[in-house]
Design a binder for this molecule. Structure first.
Ligand code: FES
Length: 340
């Protein structure tokens, strides 16, 4: 005999459809969560990466510095003239970008003033696209454009779920339901949002400052010594003392013809070479040699530190090489060699 709790096949189907409907609604609400976590974490990581990088604020003599990267971008960027203030005050603007990324990343991760954070992220990505990766070919290898577009959904939708914004909105709805005046509801939300922003901003500022002050490795003496200030011989060729170029390391000089930074390297004992620091993919400054490679931070190309040959793309052409001659204790940079 059938019991009173038995359900008909039709009711079963309706129950299943309702469950699927609820699951779909939850999935739609949380659809932007993976993108939000990725962008937030990436911007926090990028900020700490800059703040802990000893090259980042090293100045004009270091091809991997913010100054050198900005200078390399200036010539080919459609907004090149607007970069003049950044070249006049590279430390200020370098820190501004790093702490801007940190603020954007934390705001996005915690979902605090999500649209403001997304706007900041979009502006930073647009700036990097117009300066660093504007000439990347094909365009889809330039990641800054992709980041700019990735911020757009968050800019439109904000961060209303699993977030501080969501918590404040839910509490405001409860305040309205219990009859609190609209002005008071808004004041309360604004005040609490402000307190959360100050707390989060303070934590970011403190951790970022500590990283910049204590988290950076010391530069090896050769890399710390700016190329243009290095002692010069009687002739006109740029040069550095051989003692500043350890095996596997480099020193930086300037190509007098182009003004570009050039790494004088010693890939194996007694063998010296000069390699342009300008990436052949899209003109970013490659980092000094490490573990036998020079790495381009813009899109990840790597080059052989002995020959400049491409190890991994997207670059396809090797770094231009220079003859280097040893004159006494000095290493002198010769002219750029013709590409094979
Ligand atoms: S500029 Fe794109 S990899 Fe160097």
């Amino acid at each position: 005999m059938a019991t009173g709790t038995a359900t008909s096949p039709q009711e079963d189907r309706r129950g299943t459809a309702a469950r699927i409907g609820r699951w779909k609604a939850t999935a739609s609400r949380l659809a932007l969560l993976p993108l939000r976590l990725f962008l937030g974490a990436t911007f926090v990581y990028a900020a700490f990466d800059k703040l802990s990088d000893p090259h980042y604020l090293a100045g004009a003599g270091d091809a991997a510095s913010f100054y050198a990267q900005t200078q390399a971008a200036e010539a080919g960027s459609p907004v090149g003239r607007a970069l003049a203030p950044a070249l006049h005050a590279p430390t200020f603007f370098g820190l501004l970008i790093a702490f801007g990324e940190l603020a954007v990343g934390l705001g996005t991760l915690f979902g605090l003033w999500g649209r403001v954070a997304a706007l900041g992220g979009a502006l930073l990505s647009a700036t990097l696209w117009l300066t660093v990766s504007f000439h990347t070919t094909p365009y889809y290898l330039g990641n800054d454009l992709a980041y700019l577009l990735a911020w757009t959904p968050l800019l439109l939708a904000g961060t209303p779920y699993l977030s501080v914004d969501g918590y404040l909105a839910a509490r405001a709805a409860r305040d309205r339901a219990r009859g609190l005046a609209e002005d008071a509801v808004r004041r309360r939300a604004l005040l609490d949002g402000g307190i959360a922003a100050v707390a989060l901003g303070g934590a970011g500022l403190l951790s970022g400052s500590l990283t910049a002050a204590f988290g950076r490795e010391d530069l090896p003496p050769a890399a710390a010594a700016p190329g243009p200030a290095a002692p010069r011989p009687a002739g006109n060729a740029p040069s550095v003392p051989a003692a500043q170029v350890p095996v596997g390391g480099s020193a930086t000089v300037k190509d007098p013809a182009s003004g570009d930074a050039v790494y004088i390297v010693q890939p194996s004992a007694g063998k010296y070479a000069g390699l342009s620091s300008v990436c052949t993919h899209s003109g970013c400054a490659v980092n000094p040699p490490k573990d036998g490679r020079l790495y381009c931070p813009c899109h990840g190309s790597t080059f052989d530190a002995a020959t400049g040959a491409v190890i991994t793309g997207p670059a396809v052409k090797p770094l231009p090489g220079y003859a280097v001659t040893k004159n006494g204790e000095q290493l002198e940079l010769g002219p750029q060699q013709a590409q094979a």
